[in-house]
Ligand binder design. Structure first.
Ligand SMILES: N[C@@H](CCC(=O)N[C@@H](CS)C(=O)NCC(=O)O)C(=O)O
Length: 210
């Protein structure tokens, strides 16, 4: 299995955590987003959207972190990343989509670049823009987590797709300097996830060579 990713990509991070949680081995060729390698003809042949992650498995190329995690769940069901109850499964997906579909697309590199090039946004404006949407997402997670029964993870004793997505939102908040102080429940969940090996191993960290 080959995961085309980048060390500071939070979408790649989500898939790395899912692969580690399921105990699957993979290589991770780096697509250097800072140097525009996502726009090379070679990479556009892999993913015409010019974005990571892309997972090569059994001759197929899968894209979109949510679709990849759902595929892994169907193909390698144990340990599960979704709860069993249909309402809980829908809620887990909804929590994940709050960041995957709503918040994250607002500050991916191509959006930040467009804001800079077309509207003249400087670094401070970009930071404020991304920070605004990240904080909105954190506020919503805080309220939604308060409604969950007490448990170490979002749905009980094992981490899953909702935990992965919320943690990716926290990681992005760190990259954009968002003040986490007001978000007590999210911070507690994040600290619990830091204790899980799969999350630690997947953590974005600049490789020595980058
Ligand atoms: N919704 C996609 C997001 C993919 C995406 O935009 N990835 C970013 C890195 S986190 C990327 O490769 N961006 C390249 C660019 O915007 O130029 C997913 O969850 O996989």
């Amino acid at each position: 299995m080959k995961l085309y990713g980048f060390w500071r990509s939070i979408a790649s991070y989500r898939v790395r955590v899912a692969l580690h949680l399921k105990g699957l081995d993979f290589e991770e060729p780096q697509v250097n987003l800072l140097e525009g390698h996502q726009f090379t003809p070679e990479f556009l042949a892999i993913n015409p959207s010019g974005a990571v992650p892309a997972l090569e498995i059994d001759g197929h190329m899968l894209t979109q972190s949510m679709a990849i995690m759902e595929y892994l769940e169907e193909r390698f069901p144990n340990p599960p990343l979704l709860p069993t109850d249909p309402w809980d499964r829908a809620e887990a997906r909804a929590l994940a989509q709050d960041t995957v579909a709503d918040a994250h697309p607002l500050f991916v590199p191509r959006v930040r670049k467009y804001l800079t090039v077309t509207f003249g946004a400087d670094e401070a404006a970009i930071q404020a823009w991304a920070g605004h949407w990240l904080a909105k997402g954190l506020q919503s997670y805080e309220v939604r987590l308060a409604k969950r029964p007490p448990a170490p993870f979002v749905f009980g004793d094992t981490p899953g797709i909702a935990d992965i997505a919320i943690k990716s939102h926290v990681v992005a908040s760190g990259l954009f300097g968002v003040d986490m102080a007001p978000f007590e429940r999210v911070r507690a969940l994040s600290a619990t996830l830091d204790g899980v090996d799969a999350f630690r191993r997947a953590r974005p960290a600049a490789p020595q060579t980058v």
